[in-house]
Ligand binder design. Structure first.
Ligand SMILES: Nc1ncnc2c1ncn2[C@@H]1O[C@H](COP(=O)(O)OP(=O)(O)OP(=O)(O)O)[C@@H](O)[C@H]1O
Ligand SMILES: [Mg+2]
Length: 252
């Protein structure tokens, strides 16, 4: 198998008259952390939606783990090993952290099987939930109603839930939005540990200090097109990027 876990080849997405993505090609190598940055409305979340099958690409190819997944439905893509979190936190009212990790695991079968009570008795589901709880240090909050937790903790619950799918690639849409500095630093260390255990990570983030200190490779989107790719050091000094996006940033 090639070194690339995820490979996008000239992917485009058109909504009516809007060209949200235009010939985007990028690679996430095995066991690497890759960032996507760019101004609001650049197409970053759309890119995630196309990769995960929430939207169908208008053109181009998405190859994951050696297979073209471009036409696959999202549940099949989850099963293949891609899990994600959302820009807007999606947690269920009234459900505890533990229930999120157990019941809301990205399912391995039909919708019907997901809602059947047998899930509660599935020892593998319990083991995955326990492990996710531990990885994200959420044991203390096991029986808390997830929606009552701080924003930073809610984001962790979402990431823990994504990890219960046992992904090869974890995709995070603005994971530190709403986190304070300490929480963001703690998350940075945690993601590095996950990468150390073999996970690949693709993340969207506006927090430049976070991105620059975490990612091995960055892609910059602007108006749906890639305007640059490179290491954080290369991106930081790229005149095109400075002009389009980083010019007003001081954090990096
Ligand atoms: N379902 C949709 N239907 C129509 N247009 C859409 C849809 N989803 C996204 N768009 C448009 O695609 C463009 C890119 O949006 P997207 O949400 O991907 O940007 P983004 O880079 O994630 O922005 P932000 O940093 O604000 O989250 C925008 O013009 C948006 O209005
Ligand atoms: Mg977005």
């Amino acid at each position: 198998m090639s070194d690339a876990l995820l490979k996008l080849d000239t992917v485009s997405k058109v909504f009516g008259g809007i060209r949200a993505l235009s010939d985007v090609s990028l690679t996430v190598p095995q066991n690497r952390i890759v960032g996507v940055i760019g101004p609001n409305g650049a197409g970053k979340t759309t890119l995630f939606n196309v990769i995960t099958g929430a939207y169908r690409a208008s053109a181009g190819d998405v190859v994951f783990d050696g297979q073209s997944v471009t036409q696959w439905p999202s549940h099949r893509i989850v099963r293949a090993g891609i899990a994600r979190t959302f820009q807007n936190i999606r947690l269920f009212a009234g459900m505890t952290v533990w229930e999120h990790l157990l019941v809301a695991q990205p399912h391995q079968g039909s919708m019907l099987r997901r809602v059947l009570p047998s899930r509660w008795a599935d020892p593998k589901a319990w083991a995955r939930a326990e492990e996710a709880l531990e990885i994200f240090g959420l044991q203390t909050y096991r029986d808390s109603i997830a929606r009552t937790l701080s924003y930073g903790l809610q984001r962790k619950v979402e990431m823990a839930r994504a990890m219960t799918a046992g992904p090869k690639l974890l995709m995070l849409d603005e994971p530190v939005a709403g986190m304070n500095h300490d929480e963001a630093e703690e998350l940075r260390q945690l993601l590095l540990r996950l990468q150390g255990r073999g996970l690949s990570i693709l993340l969207i983030e506006h927090d430049m200090a976070f991105v620059m200190n975490l990612c091995h490779q960055l892609y910059v989107l602007d108006f749906g097109a890639l305007i640059a790719a490179g290491t954080p050091a290369e991106i930081r000094t790229n005149p095109v990027v400075l002009d389009a996006y980083l010019g007003s940033e001081t954090a990096c």
